[in-house]
Design a protein around this ligand. Structure first.
Ligand SMILES: [Zn+2]
Length: 319
């Protein structure tokens, strides 16, 4: 198994995680540091280097044949650069080159976090066994990625499958991305909570006004909370149906904190799909909750790195 070993990095606005991952998706060593997100570029890179140094101190390290990085976006995988929204010190930061140098020249594969989650779900999660899948993270934002014809479809810059910024409401609210009526603007956790509050929902005695609290109210039968989730579900359904109609996917996998609402989200989502996914070739589309949870970033980074080690045409994993 050790010859299948890769190093994985999961870089987000709050933490930088690293792992040594074998060919069956087992994490043999895990390391984590907080992201010094408000610091300068070199301080943030210093935290990445600390994670790599801790991995490199393992007796397993000499067997690691490649490094995979899943990073908060936007990323430019073709240029090896990242500009994570929540890490202002990194704008067009040459992360791939810096990691290559820090690891003595190992091949480095960079993907965005939505693509990483998709790779993880295709390898070890709910999209396993499906050749055509859309995987999504619905939390503070809405991200995603695509598996087409059995392969991860990253697009030239590593951002393909960015379903959160498909517009599903032509004249809808302005989105921070510059467009209008995006899936994220309607279906992200903060937008579910905001809409419920705007329509008169009030948090309980604990003051929790997150989407999770709105989900709890919906579960208890609150009509305003239920309506906010139904609106989010319709936006997701319209985006999923558009994707399925364009590229013929068999399954949509949904993870992230908002998916934790369970049937409060999935029941209206499945109903809404019947309204939007209407043509014969998309009617059998399945929807499933993600399975890889908090490991998705590291597993996906490892999955993305494996082809780099094995050559460009090897995309299968043992399992
Ligand atoms: Zn947008």
């Amino acid at each position: 198994m050790q010859s299948d070993l890769v190093a994985a990095l999961d870089i987000g606005g709050t933490k930088i995680a690293g792992a040594l991952v074998d060919g069956r998706g087992r994490m043999l060593l895990r390391v984590q540091r907080p992201t010094p997100a408000r610091e300068g570029a070199e301080t943030v890179m210093g935290a990445v280097e600390e994670v790599l140094a801790e991995l490199a101190a393992s007796p397993l390290w000499p067997d690691a044949g490649a490094v995979g990085i899943g990073s908060a976006g936007p990323v430019d995988a073709s240029a090896g650069r990242v500009s994570p929204v929540n890490v202002p010190g990194w704008r067009g930061y040459p992360l791939v080159e810096r990691v290559r140098r820090a690891t003595g020249g190992l091949p480095v594969q960079l993907v965005g976090d939505g693509v990483a989650m998709t790779a993880a779900e295709h390898w070890r999660g709910a999209a396993r066994g499906y050749d055509n899948a859309l995987c999504m993270v619905v939390s503070t934002g809405v991200g995603g990625g695509l598996v087409l014809d059995g392969r991860l479809h990253t697009g030239p810059t590593g951002n393909a499958g960015h379903i959160g910024h498909i517009s599903v409401d032509l004249d809808g609210d302005p989105c921070p991305c510059g467009s209008r009526g995006c899936v994220e603007r309607i279906a992200s956790g903060p937008n579910i909570a905001r809409r419920a509050l705007d329509n008169g929902w009030r948090p309980g005695p604990d003051g929790d006004a997150t989407a999770a609290a709105v989900a709890a109210s919906a579960r208890a039968g609150d009509p305003i909370a239920t309506a906010s989730f139904e609106r989010a579900a319709r936006a997701l359904a319209a985006g999923i149906a558009a994707t399925a109609t364009l590229v013929e996917i068999d399954i949509a996998v949904i993870g992230g904190g908002v998916a934790g609402a369970g049937d409060v989200l999935f029941a209206p989502l499945r109903r809404a799909l019947r309204d939007y996914a209407t043509l014969s070739f998309v009617q059998r589309l399945k929807v499933a909750p993600a399975l890889t949870g908090g490991d998705a970033g590291l597993l996906g980074a490892a999955a993305a790195a494996a082809p780099a080690r094995r050559g460009p045409h090897a995309v299968t994993f043992s399992g």
